[in-house]
Design a protein around this ligand. Structure first.
Ligand SMILES: Cc1cc2nc3c(=O)[nH]c(=O)nc-3n(C[C@H](O)[C@H](O)[C@H](O)COP(=O)(O)O)c2cc1C
Length: 213
């Protein structure tokens, strides 16, 4: 049996392009792996709190130095990390907000990327502690991109920089998740934005067969 964790972040429901794409990919996975379970972590329907002072103090302490109160402050984070540890495949579907992840998804990242728990600090840098699992990221974006765009300021090209893809790849690698495949759906706000079925299917054709599950 494969266990799938679907982390979603669109506030929209039926009209959400990232949700439509995720549903199609999940349907494909049901065909190829009928013996499966899915945990839905819908961050828009059930937003997570931002890290509070209790979390910030507790997360910095080595486990042996923590009190019961510290453990209590980390309880939600523990649940979210357990969800990740119990999955064989992570699917993240998300809108792009202001060139990066929406704040609800950033809050999830802040809960699951933790020293002493999902990564270890070492003189050589951070070492991921999670068992490797494939990650599929689907992002829906209103506009188009110029990935090698120079400079820091948007100019008049009508194109933008993508900080979402590189950010998710980077932060997931910190906790040990390095097999990341990304589908970026562009121009989803354009009046001409049409059916995305072919684009999703062709991406799924390339990616799903290669998954090491
Ligand atoms: C607050 C906000 C910020 C956004 N920022 C961007 C952006 O930086 N780049 C972009 O291409 N689209 C941006 N969009 C458009 C959404 O990414 C786009 O509508 C996407 O399709 C939403 O995902 P969904 O269809 O899954 O709901 C933004 C939308 C909102 C509401």
């Amino acid at each position: 049996m494969i266990r799938i964790l679907h982390v979603s972040a669109s506030t929209r429901e039926a009209s959400s392009r990232s949700r439509i794409a995720a549903d199609m990919v999940l349907a494909r996975l049901r065909e190829s792996h009928p013996d499966q379970s899915i945990v839905e972590r819908d961050l828009a329907a059930r937003p997570l709190p931002h890290p509070d002072v209790g979390f910030v103090e507790a997360t910095a302490l080595p486990p042996k130095a923590r009190t019961e109160q510290h453990a209590h402050s980390l309880a939600l984070s523990e649940n979210l990390i357990r969800e990740l540890e119990l999955s064989d495949l992570l699917l993240i579907s998300t809108p792009m907000h202001n060139f990066t992840v929406p704040s609800v998804l950033k809050a999830w990242v802040d809960h699951v990327v933790r020293p002493y728990r999902t990564f270890q600090l070492s003189p050589e840098g951070k070492i991921g502690l999670l068992r490797p699992q494939p990650v599929l990221v689907i992002s829906a974006c209103g506009g188009g991109f110029m990935d090698d765009m120079p400079g820091e300021t948007p100019r008049t090209t009508g194109k933008q920089k993508d900080f979402l893809t590189s950010y998710l790849r980077y932060v997931l690698a910190v906790i040990g998740l390095t097999q990341v495949q990304v589908l970026r759906l562009e121009h989803q706000n354009a009046p001409s934005a049409g059916d995305i079925t072919d684009e999703i299917n062709s991406w799924a054709d390339q990616v799903l067969d290669q998954l090491e599950l």
